[in-house]
Design a protein around this ligand. Sequence first.
Ligand code: SF4
Ligand code: SF4
Ligand code: FES
Length: 237
Amino acid sequence: MTNNLQVKVWRGKEEGGFVTYEVPRLESQTVLDVVTHIQRRIDPGLSYRYACRVGMCGSCAMTVNGKARWTCRTHVANVAQDGKLELAPLSNLPVIKDLVTDMTEFFDKWARAKGSFKGDQTRHDEFALVEPKSEMRMAANAGIECIGCGVCYASCDVVSWRPDYLGPAALNRAWTLVNDVRDIGNAERLLAVAGDAGCHSCHTQGSCTERCPKHLEPTASIAGLKHVTVKALRRKA
Ligand code: SF4
Ligand code: SF4
Ligand code: FES
C-alpha cells in the first residue's frame, strides 16, 4: 500500500484552524501512528498526548473524523476509507494546544461526584469478603474498568449544553462506588449526584455508551443513580 493520506489537523488553541499534511499510508497503521509521523517527520511543533499505545492509559483520545476515539486503537483502514482524516482535540474540554485538551474539569467532576473510595477499615482488619456473584458486586464490576479517557464526556450533548453537568464518566464512577459494599461515603455521594448538574440531567440517549471504547455503559450506571437517588428522596419525604 503506497497511497498517501490527506490529514487535516487542528493547530492552535480555542482559536486556530486545520492544517493539511500528507502522510504515507501504511499497512496496519493506527491514527496515532499518523499523528506521530507528522510530529516526528513533518512538524515537530505539533502537540498531542499518548503513553501506552495499547488502550490502557486513555491519554490518546482525540476527535477523529467527527467522533471521539482512542487513536492508538483506531486503525486508519476503519475510519478513512477515502484516504482522508480530520483530527481535532476532544470536544467539551478546553484546548491547551493543537490536539491536547485540559482534563482538569473532567477530573474535578469525579471529585465533585465523590468518586474516590471512602472506607472505614484499617490494615489491621481482615480483608473484606465480597461475594463475586452478588448483585452489588456485579453492578460495581460493570463500571470499574473505566480508564478516564474522556471519550464519553466529549460525546455527551448535555455536557455541551450545560458545562456544569457532571458527565458520564464521573457518574459511572459514582455508581461503581455506590455498589461497593466496603465504601461508607454513599450519603454524601448520593447528595452530590442528585443535584441539578447530576444524574437527572442525563437525557438517556446513550452517546456515551455507544462511544466508550471499553464497552462500558455509563447510561445504565446513570439510570441506577437516578433510581437510588429518587428512592432515597422518597424515604426522606
Ligand atoms: S446518555 Fe446521558 S451521560 Fe450519556 S451521552 Fe447522553 S446525556 Fe450524556
Ligand atoms: S466510561 Fe469509557 S469512554 Fe468514558 S472515560 Fe471511562 S473508559 Fe473512557
Ligand atoms: S496511548 Fe494509551 S490508550 Fe491510547
